[in-house]
Design a protein around this ligand. Structure first.
Ligand code: CMC
Length: 393
């Protein structure tokens, strides 16, 4: 197999050419379509950044308004979706529900999910807006279902995040009042997750797309890839870790020792590409402080996170391996402050990452006809003969 290069986990393999997102891991730089994440976090919104990521340019006011109303108009799910929800046990994991629902959604729009590239691309704008909109409705309905609460219909008069919070938290006789701080924090969360080049889930979306599969099937596969604790599942794992540390009375020092001895992994630390501070972690660290202050709340988990961060950044084990906080280190504290339950954290990541998955599907559908098909280094038996049952020992 001499001609096959072995690169475990593709750490040094460029699987595609892309002009969507740029990362310089050594310097801690992240840009969507050339624009630094810090500028977008400060001046843009999730939907505006989603447009930028998908279509390559910042929208004009008219373009943004048209995109917003397309997304807002697509928020409702077909009534028959109730039956899909009823088919899941109440303890079903929301990521399992989300992945199934996104694929099911394609069945309601066969013309957009034809697996005929030309046709799927022709209807791409509708499919993209529909997915960005409905992923949020599915998430909220999953939450309501898990608690046995009635579904809340989306409202056309509300903006993207406000509408989501309304669908999550409004009770029949008690309208949910969305505070500006909470809406801003959630919008920032989604914006910071919107794309991140060839991470595990986006590469999965591209892999599925490379075979010619439609957008719905491709993003549904992306949700499965995102679920694991080393990828999107890290945000809930961080909060669980912080809660355990808090419950044990440790300030984080014992946990750092355990991580150094290989007995635990400091969740929310380390990254395949960033060998420096993940720029999103910096923004989230500040956002966590801001949102807790604005809501007049304290969270002991934030102090533990600060302590862990300071201890790790001074420790040779972490310094030698260039392990810094990543996007997930503080994002869970922000979500917790907003009132999102821990089991839903990775679903929130999926809502945020939807534009990135969509843009990567579009890029591959428009520019490449080459199926992704990695090779392997075979390590099994050489040729051997079949043994009849009677002769097996
Ligand atoms: N805690 C303790 N040790 C670590 C950690 C950590 N969080 N991350 C890496 N290491 C060690 C690892 O044990 C290895 O040590 P040694 O060389 O002695 O064997 C070395 O650092 C290199 O680690 P690796 O696992 O080979 O690195 P990778 O590039 O394959 O993995 C990672 C990257 C993100 C999966 C890993 O750092 C990790 O598991 N972090 C914790 C989970 C996490 O926060 N994931 C979210 C990633 S960012 C958002 C996203 O992609 O969804």
């Amino acid at each position: 197999t001499g001609y096959i290069t072995f690169d475990e986990g593709y750490g040094n393999t460029g699987s595609c050419k892309s002009n969507i997102t740029f990362i310089d891991g050594e310097k801690g730089i992240l840009r969507y379509r050339g624009i630094p994440i810090e500028q977008l976090a400060e001046q843009s919104t999730f939907l505006c950044s989603a447009y930028l990521i998908i279509y390559g340019e910042l929208p004009t006011e008219t373009q943004l308004n048209a995109f917003r109303s397309k997304v807002a108009g697509a928020a409702r799910l077909h009534e028959n979706f109730r039956h899909h929800f009823e088919g899941f046990p109440s303890k079903a994991h929301p990521m399992a529900v989300l992945s199934s629902m996104l694929n099911s959604l394609g069945c309601y729009y066969p013309e957009m999910s034809s697996n005929n590239r030309e046709q799927d691309l022709e209807l791409f704008d509708d499919a993209a807006a529909l997915l960005i909109s409905k992923v949020r409705t599915i998430a909220a309905m999953t939450y309501r279902m898990s608690l046995g609460l009635p579904f809340n219909f989306p409202r056309k008069d509300m903006r993207y995040v406000e509408n989501f919070l309304h669908m999550m938290f409004t009770e029949p006789y008690d309208e949910y009042e969305v505070s500006q701080e909470v809406a801003d924090a959630l919008d920032l969360f989604l914006l910071l997750h919107a794309d991140h080049e060839q991470n595990c889930s986006t590469s999965t979306v591209r892999m599925v797309a490379s075979g010619g599969a439609n957008l719905f099937a491709s993003v549904s596969a992306g949700v499965g890839a995102l679920w694991g604790p080393l990828h999107g599942g890290a945000n809930s794992a961080v909060v669980r870790m912080l809660e355990e540390i808090h419950a044990s009375g440790d300030d984080g020092s014992r946990f750092i020792m355990a991580a150094k001895n290989g007995k635990a992994r400091l969740m929310g630390f380390g990254h395949r590409v960033y060998k420096n501070y993940d720029p999103r972690a910096k923004i989230f660290g500040e956002a966590a402080e801001r949102v807790l202050k604005a809501l007049g709340r304290e969270d002991p988990l934030l102090d533990i996170a600060h302590h862990l961060e300071q201890a790790a950044l001074k420790d040779d084990y972490f310094i030698e391996r260039k392990l810094y906080p990543n996007v997930d280190f503080y994002s869970g504290i922000v979500l917790k402050a907003i009132g999102i339950p821990v089991e839903m954290f990775t679903v929130m990541f999926a809502i945020g990452r939807m534009p990135g998955w969509i843009a990567n599907w579009k890029e591959i559908a428009e520019t490449s006809n080459k199926i992704h098909r990695p090779r392997q280094i075979y390590t099994g038996y050489t040729k051997r003969d079949y043994v009849p049952m009677a002769d097996r020992g």
